[in-house]
Design a protein. Structure first.
Length: 169
């Protein structure tokens, strides 16, 4: 008497199943890898924002005339790294700026001076009349931009965070 029962899978069936399962899990693996890169980029962006906001909060406490004394006659300038930023603030009553950024972050600061008055028209005449009519007084100020750059995870590109503040009396 011959029993014709099949109790197991053949090797071919097992191999075909393994191929299908591996193809099904490949997108899931890529999803986890993408999620990890995104999390790392988010952590770096938060750290860069903290570095920039430390500097912005520090600058907000400085008065316009102290800032102007340190800037001298230069109206627009860029401080390319933490050493130049520290040297600039040392000229303001020997202030000690926030700690320098750690690698791989780099911080820079751009400063633009505004005279605070309307300068429209030839030689600013229209703006002067507009200020006179509207009883506006010129308020000089500095626009300070703090930029923190950091490398993106998994690529050679750099990402950046920029924050702004105004220095005035």
């Amino acid at each position: 008497m011959r029993i014709n029962s099949k109790n197991a899978f053949s090797l071919i069936e097992v191999l075909i199943t393994m191929v299908f399962l591996s193809l099904a899990f490949l997108p899931l693996y890529n999803l986890f890898q993408f999620g990890q890169k995104g999390t790392t980029n988010n952590l770096q962006e938060v750290a860069a924002t903290n570095y920039a906001s430390d500097m912005i909060n520090f600058v907000r406490d400085i008065k316009f005339y102290d800032f102007e004394k340190a800037a001298g006659s230069v109206e627009n300038f860029r401080l390319a790294n933490d050493d130049q930023i520290a040297a600039f603030f040392k000229r303001i009553n020997n202030l000690k700026p926030p700690p320098a950024c750690e690698k791989p972050f780099s911080r820079s600061m751009e400063v633009r001076k505004f005279k605070g008055r309307d300068s429209r028209g030839p030689v600013g005449v229209i703006g002067w009349i507009s200020d006179l009519i509207n009883k506006r007084r010129a308020v000089p100020n500095y626009l300070v931009t703090v930029k923190v750059e950091f490398p993106r995870q998994g690529g050679g590109e750099k990402d950046k965070v920029q924050l702004y503040t105004i220095v005035m009396d």
